[in-house]
Design a protein around this ligand. Structure first.
Ligand SMILES: Cc1cc2nc3c(=O)[nH]c(=O)nc-3n(C[C@H](O)[C@H](O)[C@H](O)COP(=O)(O)OP(=O)(O)OC[C@H]3O[C@@H](n4cnc5c(N)ncnc54)[C@H](O)[C@@H]3O)c2cc1C
Length: 478
């Protein structure tokens, strides 16, 4: 059987590898010159940057893919558990989230005066809920069978019915500590959503990083897509790069894939392209303006002449008014005046990611998924705001230290990876309904058409995109 995968992102490649291992003839068609999609890489002027994801979680799922393909994952990639996951700055205070939940609770008690037992009880509750959710919402395709219903009842009773409808931020008031609440509320952004809208049960996202642990793949995040790509090549998957798909023609047994220069046909298709873009390639009507999309972002890839001793690998400088920031993104649809800033510096782990005496700073803010908001005037203003905030909060003045710069905007993200309006995670999860309405992995009308990646079930982010690839491959094989 001939299977074609559209897009060489994490989801598409993980699906391709597992299908090829099971004897299927698999080809991947990709518009770019290389693989990885949003998890790309820039190597220029002695600096190396991961273009998108910065944090690795669920290493066991990555290992599962390689083991299911009969390979030793350690021959493809290696990683370290982080002792300090993220350093947070807010209003003159600094605190580290550590790789161990007891250490984090102690750090919160010391720096934020938050009772360690209160925080550990809070995390224990979400850990219990997460364990049930993982079984029914993540590890498999969504099947509304008796097993699902049994687990769902258990899940709802452990959540508490009233808590399900509360927003994440209103639930997190139980911590009664504004800095800690901001840290916990930030996990809504892992789905590109607002903590002031997304339901409280999304708090369980924090368990993945704070209890299960966060990791750094040696040589940076790009080593993960590179490892999956090598796995694919070793198993005989064929890659066709520089090939943009312009239309997909459906017929019962064979699907035709129209590209700029060629037409390919395939018995089965797996689309790793943004779900809504795939619908438009299929000629199905989609009102893009009506979609409630997840956030986008602006990233500055800066080569910096500095040695930022008081910064860690991952750093967050919070905006003073967190609620106002999310209102700007989701209601006013503008770049926030006072954005929360994320800084990732991999040269702290891999010094060869920058020349000697320099560092590679990935500096990101969240924005609405909208092309029109970005122009050279507001990029200049944004840079000034970011540089000022970094100086006030960390004491580091980089105004004269930027020697290299590249910028990612919603528009470049849309053009380079096909994410609609630069939205990173597909539809946002700002309501209970939007979570239930997340797109599934098999087309309702065309049974030989499947969907993988961060815009469909089980969700956005590298590990979930990988999970969708594994789940869909298993479905096709079975
Ligand atoms: C700035 C940023 C920060 C992020 N931070 C994190 C993080 O810290 N942790 C985390 O886990 N995740 C993070 N993510 C999200 C993560 O990168 C994605 O969820 C994940 O990589 C998506 O994988 P995917 O399988 O959906 O494929 P994608 O990466 O979306 O790849 C889709 C592929 O399809 C190709 N394609 C699209 N249209 C066409 C076409 N017409 N013809 C041919 N090919 C096409 C694209 O070129 C691309 O290669 C971040 C993303 C960004 C952008």
């Amino acid at each position: 059987m001939k299977i074609t995968i559209l897009g060489a992102g994490i989801g598409g490649m993980s699906c391709a590898a597992l299908l090829a291992k099971n004897g299927l003839d698999v080809s991947v068609i990709e518009q770019s010159t290389s693989f990885g999609g949003k998890a790309g890489c820039i190597e220029e002027n002695g600096f190396k940057f991961d273009t998108g994801p910065c944090l690795m979680t669920y290493p066991e799922w990555f290992d599962e893919l390689f083991k299911s393909c009969g390979k030793n994952p350690r021959e493809y990639f290696t990683f370290k558990k982080l002792n300090t996951v993220t350093r947070y700055f807010d209003n003159g205070k600094v605190v580290d989230v550590k790789g161990n939940i007891n250490d984090t609770a102690n750090a919160f008690q010391k720096a934020l005066k938050l009772d360690a037992d209160l925080f550990l009880d809070y995390m224990a509750k979400w850990n219990n809920i997460y364990k049930i959710s993982e079984k029914i919402f993540l590890l498999d395709d969504l099947n509304f069978d008796t097993r699902f219903l049994k687990e769902a009842v258990k899940w709802m009773s452990s959540n508490g019915i009233s808590n399900i409808y509360k927003s994440m931020s209103s639930y997190n008031c139980v911590l009664n500590n504004s800095f800690a609440e901001k840290i916990m509320n930030r996990f809504a952004t892992y789905t590109g959503s607002s903590p002031f809208k997304t339901p409280a049960f999304m708090n369980q996202i924090s368990v993945v990083e704070m209890i299960n642990g966060a990791y750094y793949p040696d040589d940076g995040i790009y080593s993960l897509p590179a490892a999956i790509n090598k796995l694919c090549v070793d198993l005989g998957v064929k890659f066709k790069y520089n090939t943009k798909i312009t239309r997909i023609e459906q017929s019962k047994n064979v699907m035709k894939i129209h590209c700029e220069k060629d037409i390919f046909s395939s018995n089965t298709l797996v689309s790793n392209i943004d779900y809504h873009l795939t619908q438009s390639l299929l000629g199905r009507k989609t009102n893009f303006k009506k979609l409630k999309l997840s956030s986008s972002g602006i990233v500055f890839y800066w080569g910096i002449k500095n040695n930022s001793k008081n910064l860690s690998l991952h750093n967050i400088i919070f905006s003073e008014d967190y609620q106002n920031e999310f209102e700007s993104i989701f209601e006013k649809k503008i770049i926030p005046e006072d954005p929360t800033i994320f800084i990732n510096i991999t040269s702290k782990m891999d010094p060869h990611h920058a020349p000697e005496h320099f560092e590679n700073w990935f500096v990101m803010i969240n924005t609405p998924p909208n092309f029109e908001i970005v122009n050279s005037k507001n990029i200049k203003k944004l840079k000034e705001i970011i540089i000022r905030k970094i100086k006030i909060n960390t004491g580091i003045n980089i105004s004269q230290s930027i020697v290299f710069e590249k910028i990612l905007t919603p528009k470049t993200l849309h053009n380079d990876t096909g994410s609609i309006f630069g939205s990173i995670y597909g539809q946002n999860q700002n309501s209970f309904l939007s979570i239930l309405k997340r797109k599934g992995n098999q087309d309702k009308h065309q049974k030989n058409l499947y969907y993988v990646g961060g815009t469909v079930h089980p969700g956005g982010g590298m590990p979930l995109a990988l999970r969708s690839g594994i789940n869909v491959a298993n479905k096709i094989i079975n």
